[in-house]
Write a protein that binds this ligand. Sequence first.
Ligand SMILES: [Zn+2]
Length: 133
Amino acid sequence: MTSKERQFRIPPRIAAGGIKALSDWMIVRAEQKILPRVKRHASNLGVTYRDAEISETRYRWGSCTGKNSLRFNWRLIKAPVAVIDYVIIHELAHLIEPNHTPRFWNIVRSQHPMTETAKDWLKEHGALLEQRL
Ligand SMILES: [Zn+2]
């Protein structure tokens, strides 16, 4: 998890378009990066979901509704890929176990050995969620 992994290049054309252009671009980037991983992890876990979307809401990295719809915050693309995978696996594990029970954590850890490291990273970088960009 070096700082280099967290960097991404913003095309000058987009940067010149202001905050809206920039956040739209980041959402597209997030869709391209996150959604295929959701699909892959779901098949590893043997779960199916109704839909997965990138959300714009602040304060949460991801969520899973009772209707099996998954939401991931586009700001996740600022995180190392191991952290992105953790958030995805966490939400997918809720399709099996809705609560944070020992069974839930066993499922998450079986799919993501670096669970604790990822949780620590999210705790440490929680402020990233509140940034507009
Ligand atoms: Zn949870």
